[in-house]
Ligand binder design. Structure first.
Ligand SMILES: *Cc1c(COP(=O)(O)O)cnc(C)c1O
Length: 399
């Protein structure tokens, strides 16, 4: 008889058997008591690291007061967080969700309703770009148009026109009388830390204005201070009409949001859209606590500074190990190391994990470095030393 332990969890992830037991700051400990330096942060989620005292206190205090009331009633913590998010963005209105994909679905619906409310219900199509990732719902896999995620799930949801990333002519050609919006990530995360040119973003803004359509951005991964600005689009000096965000916004508590200009949100009137859990008091309490910290004077400047430090360290490693690394990408604390074609990013990051450093893969054979925003120079040194050692062994292995 086989003694193999069968997991009751669905087999949708190629999971590592490592199980983490506790975390503190930028470190995680597994159930065997082994310590790891966390440079993936639950995929850009644990923005303030693990067990941040301010977040723990906020969650505990709320847990003792009230967990859930549904959106039929006013949620003061949500009112407060929405106000603060609008003060820290281009937006006037916020809709809270539980996840990134829920924010993206709502964002796409917002764009369609915007035109319907303006008397143009025929405008429902959204132009998207290659290499995108917008989540795993039926609409968002159609939006991103990644064959790997569409395969076997039946006919693609209609309404998306996918064009090459960065190609302004192709994008303009795709805009027609049925187009409602342009949707993209300012920096593609899962696609391989591919940053949109700032000028491309500005041209997209201009094209949206020219054609009377919305520019809607997916800042699920790039937002909430990840790139050294609250929102990645700020680097281009543009204002989108609406964005979807999630991941780091709750510091590890599952939540997301749509942020929109008043005008862009005009179609979302009572009864048109909803969510049971979105904006739940527990999530709102933690969201406010996250903003307390990342909104502190100097916090974002520190993210930018330590991001530059990480960039320089990685530049040194790319130069030192040219047979392993092909280059580097990204901004702030959303960076990627591109591996050479004969080096598998997934094998390399397994070796990094063996050596005590946690990272995550991305498209184009990239290793994503997404440390908590509280990471310090000394942690970057520690990560760089591990990467250096593993890359050194890798080059020898190949020689
Ligand atoms: C993670 C991610 C999503 C999906 O978020 P979920 O919370 O997993 O649904 C969407 N867009 C981008 C850019 C992401 O990184």
């Amino acid at each position: 008889m086989s003694e193999v332990q069968q997991s009751a969890v669905m087999n949708t992830y190629a999971r590592s058997p490592i199980a983490f037991d506790r975390g503190e700051g930028v470190y995680l400990w597994d159930t065997d008591g082994r310590r790891y330096l966390d440079f993936y942060a639950g995929i850009a989620v644990n923005s303030l690291g693990h067990a941040h005292p301010h977040l723990v206190a906020a969650l505990k205090a709320q847990a003792e007061k009230l967990w859930h009331v549904a959106n039929l009633y006013t949620i003061p913590e949500g009112e407060k967080l929405a106000k603060r998010l609008t003060e820290n963005s281009f937006a006037d209105r916020v809709f809270f969700t539980n996840s990134g994909v829920e924010a993206l679905e709502g964002l796409i619906k917002l764009a369609r309703r915007y035109h319907a409310a303006g008397g143009n219900p025929e405008r429902y199509r959204v132009v998207t770009v290659e290499g995108a990732f917008h989540g795993r719902s039926l609409a968002t896999i159609a939006a991103a148009n990644n064959k790997k995620y569409l395969d076997g799930f039946g006919p693609k949801v209609d309404g998306f026109d996918n064009v090459p990333f960065g190609n302004m002519n192709a994008l303009r050609d795709a805009i027609g009388p049925e187009t409602a919006a342009i949707l993209l990530e300012p920096i593609q995360g899962e696609g391989g830390i591919r940053a949109a040119d700032l000028d491309y973003l500005r041209q997209l803004r201009a094209a949206a204005d020219e054609f009377g359509i919305l520019l809607i951005l997916d800042e699920v991964q790039s937002g909430n201070g990840r790139t050294g600005k609250m929102w990645a689009h700020e680097w281009a000096g543009i204002e989108p009409d609406a964005i979807a965000t999630a991941k780091g916004i709750g510091g590890g508590f599952p939540m997301g949001a749509i942020l929109a200009k008043e005008e862009a949100a005009r179609g979302l009137t009572p009864g048109t859209h909803g969510t049971t859990f979105g904006g739940n008091p527990l999530a709102m309490a933690v969201g406010n606590a996250v903003l307390d910290v990342i909104g502190e004077p100097g916090f974002m400047e520190r993210v930018e500074k330590v991001g530059d430090y990480l960039w320089d360290k990685m530049a040194g490693l790319v130069a030192k190990h040219p047979t392993v690394f092909a280059g580097q990408r990204g901004a702030g604390l959303m960076q990627g190391l591109a591996c050479q074609p004969d080096v598998s990013n997934l094998e390399f990051l397994n070796a990094l994990r063996e050596a005590g450093l946690l990272t995550v893969g991305a498209g184009e054979n990239v290793i994503r470095l997404l440390p908590p925003l509280i990471v310090e120079e000394k942690h970057v040194d520690e990560a760089a030393a591990i990467i250096d050692t593993v890359a050194g062994q890798w080059s020898k292995k190949d020689a």
